[in-house]
Design a protein around this ligand. Structure first.
Ligand code: GLN
Length: 308
């Protein structure tokens, strides 16, 4: 079939890019093999095409953020979430404070401050931290179509060094954006980020967003279409942090990156795509992943603003 051959070819063409560095602010992530490289495309009918290290598992990290945002929107409604987290690109790095003056709302749910607040909004109001974490793990697993497990080493390593996220969470608590113990929220958020996935999982998760919230393989409606639209919109403007403008002009696909090296793109009504390569650029986005997405967008005419 031509598609796997094509994927193998573009993988080879992007593999030469040896730039970037594996994240090391989470000590366990520094142990990743920098040469791993995989890609999976999932159609919205659930047909998967892969090349390279498509089955290698890595921690989802910030790619969890759009999916937990989706769960929070489904559980609390748009207004309930907007009251706590905005939708404006921050133009700052993922770990900056980036709060709206006056209200203290994090600018958007894709930066750490916004994602920590969003984690606290998953599930019905009044859940305890363990129940809410289960809502998050079960919800992300429903997107993937299989039960996802936590990488305990990555989770412990991040928690031991989570000073910055704890600081962000305490500031959010001071503005009543968080209404509970900030330490517990960061603990739950960190477990969320430590869930293990492969590019196969991520491509199907992205395809679910591209498919109006319906999981292409299980057929389950995970979140309503209006929620999927909201999430894809925010991915378009904020998913690549302070590289969002460069990304949207060159690649033109709603996307989200994670510091373990994963990268997803979701093209409404068409496909979900995921890549994995741990070396990151200065924004925390996978160097070879960005390169491969650029090539695929050009070759396949995937840019949102391309006239079909
Ligand atoms: N867990 C990571 C953090 O909070 C996620 C960051 C990322 O993937 N960009 O720092």
């Amino acid at each position: 079939s031509p598609i796997p051959d094509y994927l193998a070819e573009v993988l080879g063409a992007s593999a030469g890019t040896g730039e970037g560095a594996v994240a090391d602010y989470i000590p366990e992530l520094a142990k990743a093999d920098p040469d791993r490289f995989g890609v999976t495309i999932s159609t919205i009918d659930g047909v998967l095409y892969s090349a390279g290290d498509a089955d290698v598992e890595f921690s989802i990290q910030s790619i969890s953020k759009p999916f937990v945002y989706a769960l929070a929107l489904a559980d609390r409604g748009l207004d309930g979430v907007l009251a706590k987290v905005g939708v404006e690109p921050s133009g700052d790095a993922f770990n900056e404070l980036s709060l709206e003056p006056g209200t203290g709302r994090p600018r958007n749910p894709m930066i750490n401050a916004g994602a920590i607040a969003t984690h606290s909004l998953a599930g019905a109001p009044g859940l305890d931290a363990a129940e809410r974490l289960e809502r998050v793990v079960a919800g992300l697993s429903a997107f993937a179509g299989r039960r996802l497990e936590v990488d305990e080493q990555v989770c412990a390593s991040e928690l031991e060094t989570a000073h910055r996220n704890l600081a962000l969470a305490h500031i959010l608590r001071s503005y009543d954006i968080l209404e509970e113990d900030p330490t517990q929220v960061v603990a739950g958020y960190t477990r969320q980020c430590s869930l293990l996935v492969s590019t196969r999982d991520l491509a199907v998760m992205a395809a679910t967003l591209a498919n109006g919230g319906r999981q292409p393989i299980t057929g389950e409606q995970i979140v309503p279409p209006r929620v999927a639209r909201q999430v894809l919109s925010v991915m378009t403007t904020c998913g690549m942090y302070d590289a969002a403008g460069d990304w949207v002009t060159t690649v033109g696909i709603p996307a989200k990156s994670g510091v373990a090296g994963g990268l997803i793109g979701a093209l409404p009504g068409q496909v979900g795509v995921a890549t994995f390569s741990p070396r990151l650029d200065a924004h925390g986005n996978s160097v070879r992943g960005v390169h491969l997405f650029g090539r695929m967008s050009d070759d396949m005419g995937l840019h949102l603003m391309d006239v079909p």
